[in-house]
Design a protein around this ligand. Structure first.
Ligand SMILES: [Zn+2]
Length: 79
């Protein structure tokens, strides 16, 4: 799963800080299943920033959520 480079400095992401094995409510809302789910926060060896790394297929679904964010939390009501 760790094959990405740091988007800030290009360093290696090699220090797993946290592994999450259950999707959150936003991920569930876009159809991500709990079975086989994995997401990790990984620290960059170069600059120390922590990056949230998703499986590619899940990331694609999460990115679609951006436009539907309020639909998940506010059931389509406006703020
Ligand atoms: Zn970095």
């Amino acid at each position: 799963m760790i094959k990405e480079k740091c988007p800030i400095c290009g360093g290696n992401l090699n220090d797993v800080l946290l592994t999450i094995t259950k999707p959150d409510r936003f991920e569930i809302a876009v159809g991500i299943k709990e079975e086989g789910y994995k997401r990790q926060w990984i620290r960059c060896a170069g600059c120390g920033v922590a990056i949230d790394v998703h499986d590619a297929k899940n990331l694609e679904l999460v990115e679609k959520l951006a436009s539907a964010y309020y639909a998940v939390d506010f059931k389509n009501s406006s703020i």
